[in-house]
Design a binder for this molecule. Structure first.
Ligand SMILES: [Zn+2]
Ligand SMILES: [Zn+2]
Ligand SMILES: [Zn+2]
Length: 132
């Protein structure tokens, strides 16, 4: 079982049953991924398609991954997050409300992209006198 991201991501709960995948590897037919201590399970249908083996899917998932500055869970490439200045927040419920002025945007695998530039945040013009 090989490891990614400094040993923080592994193929966990793998079954003994194995099959050939279209990526060219043989891998378990039942598995979960464990990334920064959190277990991620794929939908049955995705595994059954035999497109990519457990290890290839894990390698792809951890490519460009980063960690939430408050709860330490994974922030994946392309995931919406919040920039706290000292780090990024995954915006999960457990993380609570961030500091005032924190920007919402996207982690692009190597840096934070402001949500307005990324097109994920819409700027609403407030009419003079405010909303009625
Ligand atoms: Zn593979
Ligand atoms: Zn978090
Ligand atoms: Zn957080």
């Amino acid at each position: 079982m090989s490891e990614g991201q400094a040993g923080h991501a592994v193929v966990a709960e793998a079954s003994w049953g194995r099959d050939d995948y279209k990526c060219g590897h043989t891998g378990p037919v039942q598995y979960a991924h464990e990334i920064f201590g959190v277990t991620y399970r794929l939908q049955e249908g995705i595994i059954r398609s035999r497109e990519e083996c457990a290890q290839c899917r894990l390698d792809k998932a951890v490519d460009g991954i980063t960690q939430c500055a408050c709860c330490n869970t994974a922030i994946f490439k392309g995931q919406e997050c919040m920039n706290y200045g000292y780090g990024l927040c995954c915006m999960s419920r457990g993380c609570g409300v961030g500091p005032i002025g924190a920007q919402v945007g996207i982690w692009n695998g190597s840096g934070f992209v402001d949500g307005i530039l990324a097109g994920t945040v819409t700027v609403v013009k407030v009419p003079a006198g405010g909303f009625s």
